[in-house]
Design a protein around this ligand. Structure first.
Ligand code: F3S
Ligand code: F3S
Length: 109
């Protein structure tokens, strides 16, 4: 199992979750942050601090966010990061998973 960041994070990137993660497995992308599923220890510390409720345990992802398990995992191949062993070891990435890249921007108010 892993925790997964879903689309409410897109263009928000609050980053409160990063400070809570004991294994530093939350990585910065262009429009959102991503959890490295092979490094996540399923502790749940990140979930309650996200102000937009973007983080879920994989098994409890709402149906409309299901594809984000794959989106989080595939980001690390797409961005060429693999399993770095901690976000402190890599620079933030400007790229995103194609699903996130194509996600509609919020309409102007
Ligand atoms: Fe995103 Fe929420 Fe973390 S907005 S960066 S998942 S605190
Ligand atoms: Fe990190 Fe625990 Fe969340 S390992 S990504 S704080 S579930």
């Amino acid at each position: 199992m892993t925790y997964v960041i879903g689309p409410p994070c897109i263009d928000v990137k609050d980053a409160a979750c990063v400070a809570e993660c004991p294994v530093d497995c939350i990585y910065v992308g262009g429009r959102m942050l991503y959890i490295q599923p092979d490094e996540c220890i399923d502790c749940g510390a990140c979930e309650p601090v996200c102000p937009v409720e973007a983080i879920y345990p994989e098994a409890f992802l709402p149906a409309e966010f299901q594809k984000f398990t794959e989106v989080n995992a595939d980001f690390f191949q797409i961005a060429g990061l693999g399993t770095p062993g901690g976000a402190a070891y890599v620079e933030p990435v400007e790229a995103d998973h194609p699903v996130v890249h194509a996600w509609p921007e919020p309409s102007p108010t």
